[in-house]
Ligand binder design. Structure first.
Ligand code: FAD
Ligand code: SF4
Length: 508
């Protein structure tokens, strides 16, 4: 008898380690679509379609490649336990072999299944990350503060990416931020426009999944008919190539710009695919570096993209394994406000929020700066409970997984981890939003007005936030000056601003 190779929905990877080590004649692949797992949160329908369609296509590819696959669809599987009971009735394996789950709670769940069926469980190192978990932990443990930049330079050198023979950075600098990150006004002046957002066409298998998702998740947000993402390895490779050909060249320049009606601009939309295993991080980096070597993309753009993948992506995964299980419960700023209802309807008169929420409700996607400096910024300034915020992000995004959400939401956006991820909070007033986007042009509020009738709510919320947390941020060298400036203002002026912020929050 052979082994059961259990493949989870976010491990549909052509280089899956259990397949590489397995036997087509003795082993059997098991894949389960669990209705209970899919209904654990109110996931966006595009996320559900993406995962199940990628799983069904992957199963078909494995069968075509000579594997025996035991596949349990939504229609006939209430939960993992039911799928496993039927699988055991059919195939008496000697043990379970799988890639290490990407999330801690999944590792607990598969361990419980192995125990329930008294089967030895072998977990193989995942290939979906470039840095091994133990390796990152060995580097990070005992450090008082972890800097992404230090990790990133170490990775560049270790992996030999964009470094010369001496281990020095290509182009003479580790980053080109001064050249990247142009404002909205520069984007408009440059006249580069934006390529149409990418879109994949659903085939018959995906259309069946769309019908199932509609049937089994009637309360989930999102319109299945508008599903737009690739679900196979072949489509994912084309998606990567199209990004490199059409958008990578401008990626760095407009990385932080936001334009109404342009959901993607020059971003890659690769996270939904990399996070499921349809693409490997190294091949995405290699494709970008090759484009620079061939003269198809400038170094600042390529370095900016490489930094996101081998820098941020690997770093947040490492922080997750370093800090879990407690990390997702962090509430370092003592924030307890309920999530405003408009986060689920998109109906608000703050135009920046309306634009960005409308986009995520329709597509399950926002690019980074929208997630951080519009939504995260608002949740931070409004003092929304980090657990509620995390739940909302987990539900809405097609690329959401606990390992990536934890540090991004709790650490980066909400500063709820006591400042471990970021030395200062990512807080911004309307000046930042009106510089980086055109959202304010069509807004009923005035971004330049600091308080009073018609003033942008971000302006009063910003100062009320620093007023609320002045004791903490007065002692932070990166915010001390700002807090001192606030404290020097007339008491009556400060009171007026704080009261206006409180009034706004009370009306949410
Ligand atoms: P690009 O801008 O094209 O970047 C290229 C790639 O770099 C991405 O595909 C991704 O793989 C990687 N990357 C870039 N930044 C990060 C980062 N901070 N953390 C991890 N990987 C990164 N990313 C997710 O994958 N899933 C999430 O659920 C998620 N939620 C987030 C929530 C908040 C509040 C914030 C601030 C960030 C979040 N991110 C998340 C990180 C980042 O915003 C997304 O990875 C990125 O926007 C995905 O779009 P893209 O593929 O077009 O990215
Ligand atoms: Fe957002 Fe304020 Fe600008 Fe309106 S004025 S779009 S609320 S930043």
């Amino acid at each position: 008898m052979g082994q059961t190779i259990w493949i989870l929905g976010d491990q549909v990877c052509h280089e899956h380690p259990a397949l590489a080590a397995g036997s087509r004649t003795d082993d059997r692949v098991l894949m389960i679509e669990s209705r209970a797992r899919g209904a654990h949160l109110r996931y966006h329908r595009h996320k559900l379609v993406l995962v199940y369609a990628a799983m069904r296509h992957f199963a078909d590819e494995l069968r075509a490649d000579g594997w025996s696959v035991d596949y349990h669809e939504l229609a006939d599987t209430a939960d993992f336990s039911e799928g496993w009971t039927r699988h055991r009735g059919d195939f008496k394996a000697d043990g379970i072999v799988m890639a290490e789950p990407n999330n801690g709670f999944e590792r607990d769940a598969v361990t419980a299944v192995a125990k329930k069926f008294s089967l030895p469980l072998t977990l193989l190192p995942p290939v979906q990350f470039l840095v091994g978990r133990e390796e990152f932990l060995a580097w990070a443990r005992g450090k008082k503060r972890l800097l992404m930049e230090t990790h990133y330079r170490r990775m560049r050198r270790e992996l030999g990416i964009l470094v010369d023979d001496q281990g020095e950075p290509e182009g003479g600098a580790w980053n080109f931020d001064a050249e990247n990150r142009k404002t909205f006004a520069q984007w408009r002046k440059d006249g580069v426009g934006a390529p149409p957002p990418p879109r994949a066409k659903p085939d018959a298998i995906t259309r069946n999944v769309m019908a199932d998702v509609e049937r089994f998740f009637p309360d989930a947000p999102g319109d299945v008919a508008a599903f737009w993402l690739p679900v196979t390895r072949k489509e994912a490779l084309k998606w990567l190539n199209d990004f490199v050909d059409e958008r990578l060249g401008n990626f760095g320049d407009y990385e932080d710009a936001m334009v109404a009606g342009e959901p993607v601009l020059f971003h890659s939309v690769l996270s939904p695919l990399i996070n499921l295993g349809l693409l490997l991080p190294r091949e995405c980096v290699d494709a970008a570096v090759a484009a620079w070597r061939d003269g198809r993309a400038p170094l600042p753009a390529v370095e900016g993209f490489v930094r996101q993948i081998i820098g941020w992506r690997e770093f947040v995964n490492g922080v997750y394994w370093l800090k879990m299980p407690g990390y997702v419960n962090g509430n370092g700023l003592n924030a307890h406000r309920a999530l405003p209802a408009f986060f689920t309807t998109g109906e608000t008169d703050l135009n920046c929020l309306r634009e960005v929420l409308g986009q995520v409700l329709a597509m399950g996607y926002n690019h980074h700066i929208q997630r951080l400096m519009i939504l995260g910024n608002f949740l931070l300034l409004a003092g929304v409970n980090p657990r509620e915020a995390l739940r909302w992000y987990s539900e809405m995004y097609v690329d959401a997984h606990e390992w990536v959400m934890a540090a991004n939401v709790i650490g980066m956006a909400l500063h709820a981890d006591g400042g471990f991820m970021a030395t200062k909070p990512y807080a911004g007033a309307a000046g930042y939003i009106s510089k980086m986007s055109n959202y304010c042009e069509a807004c009923r509020y005035d971004p330049k007005k600091k308080s009073g009738e018609g003033a942008c709510p971000f302006n009063v919320l910003y100062w009320a936030f620093f007023d609320r947390h002045q004791d903490r941020f007065a002692h932070n060298p990166r915010t001390a000056m700002l807090v001192r400036g606030w404290q020097k203002r007339e008491a009556s002026e400060r009171r007026k601003i704080v009261e206006q912020a409180e009034e706004f929050l009370a009306g949410l």
